[in-house]
Design a protein around this ligand. Structure first.
Ligand code: GLU
Ligand code: MG
Length: 429
């Protein structure tokens, strides 16, 4: 057995989990975390630092672990020593918050929603991914054969997620070739985002130990469909669920529908954060069961916001579990920024006090109220820059950093066709 190491991690604007390790005992004793570099926040998905960027070669940060987020990853090969893993906030060396830390930004957005409107969000993330590499096999969509071909990976993954306290719910073979999905139970939004980050790393780590690769890239052409990240949302006030009202259309309570209208009203700007890659919009097209238009609709998998079913079997009370699903995120987005953007959207709706123009029943076709989603990340970023409300949600320098990263990815991929771009993303997500 060797010294128990602890990896102190952050998740950056391109949703890569990075950090460094030290002895767990020293980390806990010191309370000062580990050192970190501002320019790391300007890294693009492909490991290149965007140029220009705000940080240059200057400055220093500390990654301060949140001890509540601790998990352990099993030892590798001959060494049974587990690796301890913590998520962290990025702070200045004197402990002051760093304006570019996505976890702090999410915490601030959730605090503002609570302070200004008394509302808290419960969220649950669904993750789709494709198992790739030598020896991976695939059966029929949703099939027991697909499920069994992925054993013993699947059972072990579920067990590791449970041991990590992530409360997995469903583990399933999905529609695409080699595609699977893991869902987690709802939790307070910041916990849900933390868990989303950790869950993906557990999936990747477990796959690695089984000699295969798990890719969460938004579109893997061989799979035939996209990998989505769907975020289920419900709201509480003073701990009491406020999303469900069976007397109203879609069973959606008035205050909840007003809040959700903020997500519809600022959808293109929100997508700039939730679907930020060069290939995100190959997934977000009509008839892909991803999200095909800006709409809120009852049990419709083409809507940006899908009102989920009310389950009353055996007298089940749906008040607490009733939720609405945001379908236009993918794994190239930082889960903290997904939650931050959604919280800002809800707060904007509550400030604006307008109900959705229409809660759609049935398919989206022929519905005049359905606006198209952006068709590229450049389009989403242009919408964000033009949105006088959404462009003030986060600091100008933070937004500019996001744009610089996306421009550097666009330059990096220039000249490649869609399939080549997808391959590049499959290699890094
Ligand atoms: N794979 C689809 C997506 O990209 C989702 C399918 C489903 O409804 O689970 O979002
Ligand atoms: Mg799915």
């Amino acid at each position: 057995m060797s010294t128990a190491l602890a990896f102190v991690a952050t998740c950056d604007l391109v949703a890569h989990v990075r950090g460094r390790s030290m002895a767990r005992t020293s980390l806990i004793e010191s309370g000062t975390g580990v050192g970190w570099t501002p320019a790391n926040m300007a890294l693009n998905a492909f490991g290149k630092i965007a140029d220009p960027n705000y940080f240059g070669s200057l400055g220093d940060l500390r990654l301060i672990p949140d001890f509540e987020t601790e998990i352990t990853l099993p030892g590798f090969g001959l060494d049974p020593t587990p690796l301890h893993f913590f998520l962290s906030n990025q702070v200045l060396p004197d402990g002051a918050p760093w304006e570019f830390c996505p976890r702090t930004i999410a915490q601030n957005a959730l605090r503002a929603l609570h302070d200004e409107h008394g509302i808290e969000i419960l969220a649950s993330f669904e993750h789709e991914f494709v198992l790739m590499g030598d020896g991976t096999k695939s059966g029929v969509p949703f099939g027991l054969d697909s499920y069994r071909m992925a054993e013993p990976f699947g059972s072990q993954l579920y067990c590791e997620l449970e041991n990590a306290g992530l409360e997995p719910e469903n583990w399933l073979p999905e529609y695409g070739t080699g595609q699977f999905e893991i869902t987690l139970k709802p939790a307070r939004a910041i916990v849900a985002a933390d868990r989303a980050i950790i869950a993906r790393e557990i999936v990747r780590d477990c796959a690695r130990r089984h000699g295969v690769r798990a890719s969460f890239a938004p579109l893997i052409p061989s799979a035939g469909v996209g990998n989505g990240v769907h975020v289920h949302l419900s709201m509480t006030k003073d701990g009491i669920p406020i999303t469900y009202d069976p007397s109203l259309p879609g069973n959606l309570a008035k205050e909840a529908s007003i809040a959700l209208n903020g997500i519809l009203a600022h959808a293109p700007s929100i997508l700039a954060w939730t679907a930020p890659s060069q290939i995100s919009y190959l997934r977000l097209k009509p008839h892909q069961w991803s999200a095909g238009g800006i709409a809120i609709a009852i049990q419709n998998r083409e809507a940006l916001l899908r009102i989920c079913p009310v389950v009353t079997i055996g007298g089940n009370d749906p008040t607490a579990s009733f939720n609405v699903e945001f379908r236009a995120a993918d794994a190239t987005a930082n889960p903290w920024m997904v939650i931050a953007a959604l919280a800002k959207g809800l707060a904007a709706g509550l400030a604006d006090r307008k109900a959705p123009e229409k809660i759609i029943v049935g398919e989206l076709e022929n519905e005049d109220s359905v606006l198209p989603l952006p068709t590229s990340v450049a389009g989403a970023l242009a919408a964000l820059k033009a949105d006088v409300v959404a462009r003030t949600w986060f600091s100008a320098a933070f937004m500019e950093t996001h744009i610089q990263i996306r421009e550097s990815e666009s330059a990096f991929l220039a000249g490649l066709d869609d399939a080549e771009k997808c391959e590049k993303y499959a290699n890094v997500y």
